[in-house]
Write a protein that binds this ligand. Structure first.
Ligand code: NAD
Length: 336
C-alpha cells in the first residue's frame, strides 16, 4: 500500500477501530477515513488528521459515501451493533441487523473496486457444542461447522463471513476474515451495559475500592474459561492477515486460558485489594469454556498474539481507573 492511498475504517469511533485509525496514522498513512454512527463526542478516540464521518452504515448510500475514492485502497469493516454477553444475549435482533452494515459495506467496496477488504468476525461463530466444558479443547477454525453459532450475534457473523467468501468467488474481491477472541485494552467500553469481562471487572474492582464495600459481583460461578487478546496484538494480527495470502477465516486470539476467577485475581492483585466474591448465577455468562487454537495462524503468519494477560490488564486497569476518577471522583456511584 502506498502511504497516500485511501484507507477506510468502518466503526472507527469504536474500541478496535479507534486504535486501528491511530495505528495507521502513526505508520504514516495520510488518507485515513474513519466512519461511525455515533456523534463525535461519543467516539473513544477522535484523531484530528483522519477524515472523520458520522454515518449510519446500515444504509447503502452511506456505505457508498464511505467508500468513495477508495478504489485503490483498503476497507476495514469493524462497525457492528455489539457488546459483551449482557448485551448480545438480550439484543439478538439488533445484533442480526448488523447484516445490513456488512451487506451494504461489501457491496460498496466491490463497486468502488477496492484492493482489499477486511472483515472482523468473532469466536462467537463456533459451534456451541464444542464449548460446554470449562476444561476446553481450544477451538480450531474447522469447529465453526456443522454450524451452531452463538444465537443472534454469532449467526450474523457466520453469515457475513460466508458473504465475504462468495464476493471473492463471484466478484474477485480480496477479503480477509479474522475471528477475534475477546479483545481488551484502553479506550473502549467500561460501563453502560456493552462492556466485556476485562473492563467490567476492572470497573467493579475500582468501584468496590471507591465505595469501601470490599465486595464484587461475578456473573456465573467464575469457573468459566476464556482467553483475552491485548489490543496491540489484535492490530498486529489484522495487519499481517490483511496483507497475507490467507483466504480462509483465521483465529485471532491469545491462547493464555484463564477462569473468570483467575481474571479477578489478576485485577485484585493490580489494584492491591482482595474482595469478597458474590456469584450471580442468573446473569448472562456465555459458554462454559473457550480458547483459541493458534495452529493455523502460526502456520500461515509465523506469529500468534503473545502479550501476557497480566501486562495488558495492568494498562487497561490504569486507564479505566483514570476514566472512573475523572467521571466520578472517589465518591460512591451506581455505574452499571
Ligand atoms: P465497538 O462497539 O467499540 O465498535 C463498533 C463500532 O461500530 C461502534 O463505535 C459503533 O458505534 C459502530 N456502529 C454500530 N452500528 C453502526 C452503524 N449502523 N453505522 C456505523 N457505525 C456503527 O466494538 P469493538 O470491540 O471495537 O469491535 C469491533 C468489531 O470487532 C466488531 O465488528 C465486533 O463484532 C468485532 N469483535 C470484537 C471483539 C472484542 O472483543 N472487542 C470480539 C469479537 C469480534
Amino acid at each position: 500500500m502506498k502511504k497516500d492511498q485511501l484507507i477506510v475504517v468502518a466503526g472507527g469511533g469504536g474500541f478496535i477501530g479507534g486504535h486501528l485509525v491511530g495505528d495507521l496514522l502513526r505508520r504514516g498513512f495520510t488518507q485515513v477515513r474513519s466512519v461511525d454512527i455515533k456523534p463525535f463526542d461519543e467516539w473513544y478516540q477522535v484523531h484530528e488528521s483522519s477524515d472523520n464521518l458520522q454515518l449510519d452504515l446500515r444504509l447503502k448510500d452511506n456505505c457508498v459515501r464511505a467508500c468513495d475514492g477508495a478504489g485503490a485502497g483498503e476497507i476495514y469493516q469493524l462497525a457492528a451493533d455489539m457488546g459483551g454477553m449482557g448485551f448480545i444475549e438480550n439484543n439478538k435482533a439488533l445484533c442480526m441487523l448488523s447484516v445490513l452494515i456488512n451487506t451494504h459495506m461489501i457491496m460498496a467496496a466491490r463497486d468502488a473496486g477496492v484492493t482489499r477488504y477486511f472483515y472482523s468476525s468473532s469466536a462467537c461463530v463456533y459451534n456451541q457444542d464444542k464449548q460446554t466444558s470449562e476444561d476446553v479443547v481450544a477451538l480450531k477454525e474447522a469447529d465453526a461447522y456443522p454450524a451452531d453459532a452463538e444465537d443472534g450475534y454469532g449467526w450474523e457473523k457466520l453469515f457475513s463471513e460466508r458473504m465475504c467468501r462468495h464476493f471473492t468467488e463471484d466478484y474477485g474481491l480480496i477479503c480477509r476474515v479474522a475471528r477475534f477472541h475477546n479483545v481488551y485494552g484502553p479506550d473502549g467500553t467500561w460501563e453502560g451495559g456493552r462492556e466485556k469481562a476485562p473492563a467490567a471487572i476492572c470497573r467493579k474492582v475500582i468501584e468496590a475500592k471507591a465505595a469501601g464495600t470490599h465486595e464484587i459481583e461475578i456473573w456465573g460461578d467464575g469457573k468459566q474459561t476464556r482467553s483475552f487478546m491485548w489490543i496491540d496484538d489484535c492490530l498486529k494480527g489484522v495487519d499481517m492477515l490483511m496483507h497475507s495470502e490467507v483466504e480462509v477465516p483465521l483465529n485471532l486470539g491469545s491462547n493464555e486460558l484463564v477462569t473468570i476467577n483467575q481474571l479477578v485475581d489478576i485485577v485484585e492483585e493490580i489494584a492491591g485489594i482482595t474482595l469478597k466474591r458474590r456469584y450471580n448465577l442468573d446473569a448472562p455468562k456465555g459458554v462454559n469454556g473457550r480458547n483459541s487454537d493458534n495452529t493455523l495462524i502460526k502456520q500461515y503468519l509465523g506469529w500468534e498474539p503473545d502479550t501476557r494477560l497480566r501486562d495488558g490488564m495492568a494498562r487497561t486497569y490504569a486507564w479505566i481507573h483514570d476514566e472512573y476518577m475523572a467521571r466520578y471522583g472517589t465518591g460512591v456511584t451506581t455505574a452499571s
